[in-house]
Design a protein around this ligand. Structure first.
Ligand code: FES
Ligand code: FES
Length: 178
């Protein structure tokens, strides 16, 4: 086979067109149909495609908890989850926890107990706390400390974070999702 001087692509391997996958999610109650690259993490999809920047990127390696969201009511690190694996899921981010003007009980407890300093870890802490309280395993402050150990706060606001979650636990409504 001879190549022609008039064919600039001759001799080069064919370039594959970028492949995308269709998925459907319910995010904070709204249905989203998306075509995404297979390597897109749920975290990047939320922040970059859906503009839900309340969920934070800290380590991007599953070590800090800043990216915690609720998927089908369970807390996960969204940086470790490929969005294609969540096809059909119900996702709740910090933006979806309040009900209109009414804060979620865990959000209200964080404000009441002054449970943040810079606030960067706070959305992940709150989503994680809501998931924890739904799990129903926490019976004490020590349980909460242990079950929240995947959420790092660089400011060291832990005493007030624990107090806020414990208050929501004792009030008995901290695990509700919209
Ligand atoms: S950004 Fe996901 S765990 Fe740190
Ligand atoms: S409040 Fe600053 S990182 Fe937690």
């Amino acid at each position: 086979m001879s190549s022609s001087a008039g064919d600039p692509g001759a001799g080069r391997p064919p370039t594959a067109s970028p492949s995308t996958h269709p998925i459907t999610l319910r995010v904070n109650g709204a249905r989203k149909q998306l075509d995404i690259a297979p390597w897109t993490t749920l975290l990047d999809l939320l922040r970059d495609t859906l503009d839900l920047t309340g969920t934070k990127k800290g380590c991007d390696h599953g070590q800090c908890g800043a990216c915690t969201v609720l998927v089908n009511g369970k807390r996960i690190n969204s940086c470790l989850s490929l969005a294609v694996t969540q096809d059909g899921a119900e996702v709740t981010t910090i933006e979806g926890l309040a009900s209109g003007e009414s804060l979620h009980p865990v959000q209200a407890a964080f404000i009441e107990k002054d449970a943040f300093q810079c606030g960067y870890c706070t959305p992940g802490q709150i989503c994680s706390a809501v998931g924890l309280l739904r799990e129903g395993r926490a019976r004490s402050l020590d349980d909460i400390r242990e079950l929240m150990s995947g959420n790092i706060c660089r400011c060291g606001a832990y005493p007030n974070i624990l107090a806020a979650i414990d208050q929501a636990r004792r009030q008995g409504n901290g695990g509700q999702t919209p």
